[in-house]
Design a protein around this ligand. Structure first.
Ligand SMILES: Cc1cc2nc3c(=O)[nH]c(=O)nc-3n(C[C@H](O)[C@H](O)[C@H](O)COP(=O)(O)OP(=O)(O)OC[C@H]3O[C@@H](n4cnc5c(N)ncnc54)[C@H](O)[C@@H]3O)c2cc1C
Length: 419
């Protein structure tokens, strides 16, 4: 029998909200098997109100709760198994968090590059891209995906991989939320359990000048380097720089150039398990992080981008900038191979405001003029133009053809719907 949590159930308070929003759904269904996911979907389709799919509840582009509708919460599908002893293939449930994945893989001598937060769920991240700290070394998270199990709008359970269901397998890797509910994911993990983990705190005298030097340093770095920069409004920036490997000498050589940037207020570097970099806090969800984000990609952090980002930050509308490296192995994959098509840029740039604001939106439009493409997982605005930024014309055309076949009624309409 399906586990359905309704208002009045003592557990309701712990499942109604997500990280970025509060909600009051009429029912939260917690399936324990793939067959139960299909059953839950049938119930959700028949019920009134919107239908949300939730894995880890850390969604930004799509809110995985609602008011008065149905939530299918995949938190019980969270197993992490090695498919063959000694092999690199692992099967992971969408409800697992990336911090738990890193912990489970470490004793096997493995890791998978995910995002910078161990609380983020596997399902949401691995169906859009997965811009991670080891991305320049190992590619996006979706680039490690070998196969998936998916429940389609009609309630069919399908195994998808490059041979058996090439269209669905292509769509899952970038636009998964459009084509079904992913219930299991098989990844080729990387044999890199230990990394060099450096953090820097910089004082910024002039943001545009710093960003150009930061960009050049990242682009010149070997592929083992992944570098995420977080810039606040107070003239300071924090950086996480990862060397994907445990060769201390090579790591030191690769990380050193980051120590020559900007006046440094603090720095630290250690060799440690990747699991210690991406840790899970496990904090309960109560809509505590009402984030408002816009983003785009850039090939280089040139002066124009730097000046526009500086103007955004000094206007006070954007409270934080996040600049994540891509490039390297991410760009080895041709743009048409996955539904995520941004394969020539070196950076993703996101502007974060603590609350929705027209002034922030307008200020971001200036920045957007110098950007190229969009990652839907870092975007809270949805419009036909943003859809076109996320999916270039050929990608969108193919996605729409697939959508017409597998979800003609647009059941999955919450997260950058292409229909
Ligand atoms: C603090 C924080 C840090 C982040 N850092 C990074 C980062 O470094 N790199 C990066 O790439 N991303 C990052 N993200 C973005 C993150 O990848 C997305 O928000 C992702 O959607 C969260 O996944 P989830 O399963 O926790 O989300 P949920 O809220 O559970 O789901 C979000 C949406 O994804 C879809 N979805 C979820 N599960 C499934 C499924 N099983 N099948 C089909 N569709 C599904 C649904 O449309 C759902 O509404 C970050 C987000 C946060 C909040």
């Amino acid at each position: 029998m399906l586990d359905i949590i309704r208002p009045g159930d003592p557990r309701y308070g712990s499942v109604r909200h997500v990280y970025t929003a509060t909600g009051s759904p009429a029912r939260v269904i917690r399936p324990r098997t793939t067959a139960e996911v299909a059953e839950a979907l049938s119930l959700g389709r028949e019920a009134d109100g919107p239908l949300a799919i939730r894995s880890g509840g850390h969604g930004i582009s799509s809110v995985s709760t609602n008011d008065g509708g149905t939530v299918i919460d995949l938190g019980e599908l969270a197993s992490i198994d090695r498919i063959e002893p000694g092999g690199d293939l692992v099967r992971i449930g969408p409800g697992a968090r990336w911090g738990e994945v890193a912990q489970a893989l470490y004793p096997w001598g493995l890791s998978i590059s995910s995002g910078d937060s161990g609380d983020v769920g596997v399902g949401g991240l691995a169906t859009t891209a997965g811009v991670g700290l080891m991305g320049r070394a190992h590619g996006l998270t979706i680039d490690r995906l070998a196969a998936a199990e998916i429940v389609t709008a009609e309630g069919q359970i399908r195994h998808v991989d490059a041979e058996t269901e090439p269209d669905l397998f292509w769509a899952v890797r970038g636009a998964g939320a459009n084509v079904g509910i992913v219930t299991a994911l098989d990844f080729h993990a990387s044999p890199v359990p230990v990394v060099a983990h450096a953090t820097f705190q910089y004082r910024l005298d002039r943001l545009a000048t710093f960003l150009r030097a930061w960009g050049e340093t990242v682009e010149a770095a070997p592929r083992e380097i992944g570098a995420f920069l977080y810039v606040g409004g107070g003239g300071h920036a924090l950086a996480t720089v990862i060397f994907a490997g445990d060769d201390a000498t090579a790591a030191q050589r690769a990380i050193e150039p980051f120590g020559r940037l900007g006046p440094i207020l603090g720095q630290r570097a250690v060799l440690e398990p990747y699991a210690a970099v991406v840790t899970r806090t496990g904090a309960p969800h109560r809509g505590q992080q009402g984030a408002h984000l816009h983003n785009g990609f850039a090939v280089h952090l040139d002066d124009t981008i730097g000046d526009r980002l500086e103007a955004l930050l000094s206007s006070g509308y954007g409270t934080m900038l996040q600049i994540r490296s891509v490039g390297g192995a991410v760009n080895d994959v041709p743009a048409e191979v996955t539904a995520f098509a941004h394969r020539h840029q070196n950076f993703n740039i996101a502007g974060v405001a603590s609350a929705p604001s027209r002034a922030f939106d307008a200020a971001w439009e200036d920045v957007r003029q110098s950007l190229d493409g969009l990652y839907l997982s870092f975007e809270t605005a949805f419009s036909p133009q943003r859809l076109a930024d996320a999916f270039p014309p050929q990608t969108l055309r193919r996605l729409r053809e697939i959508k017409r076949k597998v979800d003609p009624d647009n059941v999955f309409n919450q997260n950058f719907p292409v229909a």
